[in-house]
Design a protein around this ligand. Structure first.
Ligand code: XBP
Ligand code: MG
Length: 236
């Protein structure tokens, strides 16, 4: 029997990447005076690496081989990423990012029907709090029995660890949960943890390989914006 819904955050609850995280990374780079800039296309490629610190490290290795950090590399990345998180939270507070179609309705319906809610994301915990409180309100934090985020596990998605951690916290079996994801990395994580997964694609992820997903949709839909089933097109 279905007992809980587990949601990915970035790209699934809201389109936070292009005009949110990406902009925050660039502001942190400007502030550090290192002359890096991630445009929308490059960011799409970098998104295949989950986790902001991991993404910065990957970018350094692939695109900035000659860069000499002013301090130990781990420390440099951690500081840069901390600054990025501050910029991201400021951006959310100033502009906000709306929830994707159907998300709020699904939260309400699930709660009315006694389903538990959880989050399983690779982003930093402060960002989860900031997104939920700016897009819904602080009270929404209490709707989630588990917010599994960021460095709480060693291996980020596509590793299944964040889902396994979330199931442990909820004290539920994988078969009692349904996950919502927007990316191939997210689908792999859920599937490897044994959790059935529904995908809502976005511009960055629509051509990815969602093998193992139970259902692929454009979004969850609203009465004036019906959702479309994309399984056939994407999974052959
Ligand atoms: C998406 C990510 C995150 C964000 C940036 O996670 O990979 O790394 O792009 O956030 P998900 P941080 O879709 O699992 O929510 O910089 O805080 O890592
Ligand atoms: Mg995502």
């Amino acid at each position: 029997k279905l007992k809980a819904l587990i949601f990915d955050l970035d790209g699934t609850l809201a389109e936070t990447e292009r005009d949110g995280h990406r902009v925050a990374f660039n502001r942190a780079f400007d502030e550090a005076g290192i002359g890096w800039h991630w445009d929308g296309v490059l960011y799409g490629q970098l998104l295949t690496v989950t986790g902001g610190k991991e993404r910065i490290r990957y970018y350094l290795e692939q695109y900035q081989q000659d860069f000499c950090p002013p301090e130990a590399l781990d420390e440099f990345i951690a500081k840069l990423h901390q600054a990025k998180t501050q910029h991201y939270i400021e951006l959310l507070k100033k502009r906000g990012v709306p929830l994707r179609p159907g998300i709020l309705r699904l939260f309400h319906t699930a709660r009315e029907q006694g389903l538990r809610l959880a989050i399983a994301t690779t982003t930093t915990p402060e960002n989860v709090t900031a997104l939920l409180s700016t897009s819904i309100g602080r009270h929404a934090l209490d709707w989630f029995d588990c917010i599994a985020a960021g460095d709480v596990v060693k291996a980020k998605k596509p590793a299944p660890d964040i889902y396994s951690y979330c199931l442990e916290q909820l004290q539920l079996e994988a078969s009692e949960c349904l996950a919502f994801e927007d990316s191939a990395n997210g689908v792999r994580a859920a599937v490897e943890a044994g959790v059935k997964v529904v995908v809502t694609v976005n511009d960055y992820t629509r051509d990815e390989d969602f093998t193992g997903a139970a259902l692929i949709l454009n979004h969850l839909g609203e009465p004036d914006q019906p959702c479309q089933i994309l399984n056939g097109k994407l999974n052959g």
